[in-house]
Write a new protein. Sequence first.
Length: 360
Amino acid sequence: MEKLYTGVVRLVLHWRKFPSLRYRKLIRVAYHIINKKYSDYPERWLFMVTKDLTWQVATSVAPEGQAQIWELRGLDPSPEETWDHLRAFLHLDEDDLQAMLGTIEPLFQRGYDLIVENYAYLEAFPETAALLGWSGGADPQHLAERRRFFAVWLARTLGLDFSHDFARYLFRAGQVHAGHGRRRLHIPSLYVVGSIALMTAAFARILEQAEVRTDVQLRALAGWNKVFILHLQMMLQGYRSALALTEGEEKVKVTVYGRLRSLIGCDTLEIGFYSGQSVLEVLRKFFNYYPHARSETLEIVWESQHHDDARGNPWMEVERIYRPRAGWRVLRNGRDIAFMTEDQWRLEGADQVAIFPPGR
Ligand code: HEM
């Protein structure tokens, strides 16, 4: 053990010779383990080495003329990931589905009434009527449009649609509710949350009126409730990504090129930021709002972090980091950020950001 101990200390002291971060992390872990066994190990070494290694984990600044790889951390999970993860957490399983299947017919029969009643309620409730511009009565064309969208949602819901396409659809609906739709109407999340609760109540009422057996009713409603929560989470994630996109005291114009244009459906957009924020923050908002643009532009690198838990037991946390795919460049005012220092990434008022594919 003494040999290993000395070996690790030697490795740690010469960590600069190890170009790969992974090696340095291994050294750090080994160091921690040994340090636990040998409590007489000088604490100042631990401090010094940890400090050095932490410095290395931060983005390195490229020497003059040499590109550095920028990276994005802490991006939201994609809608598909949230969908699968929450569904697994909710344990929305075969038993739930079987119980729900037993109630689809009565619910389907009353589907049209449900849609009509839902909008009659939104028209009668003063605040939602005002939001929709229906205080003096619903605009027939807009009402028909809303009912159509709601009918599609209800049909997919009753059809037990668990596809990723539906996850993306709900995520987009959330963004639309944040004022990012064709009508630019902002529907505060409170009313969407409330509507989901009202749907649960409406389903319960319909099943009771249809005299579905009480035990079937109860099991089915438990399942429908899980489905509604799943839908709500997707809409809220989309809603938040839209609010974040415009948040900030200033706006930066972002122009995209190549296939990104068809993927996001536009060439330019404005993203909000607070003075002094980094261009990486703007990119984070962009890729949280357009998660489907990630696979085109970014690649995933997994990084493991080792920590001690409250009892001092070592445990590992894996973090997903996004880096630009080969050839993709981000320009701030015409200069590739890969050739800038972190300080130069800070944005100011009239800045422009461009995202370029390889070969342009
Ligand atoms: C169960 C809750 C709700 C669901 C599932 C839902 C679903 C949807 C969907 C799928 C869209 C269309 C998204 C698109 O254009 O692709 C949409 C848009 C819209 N929803 Fe909802 N919605 C809900 C609650 C509400 C509430 C409570 C209101 C109003 C108080 C509302 C008002 C609107 C408006 C105005 C739009 C269009 C906005 C625009 O085009 O600018 N929704 N909704």
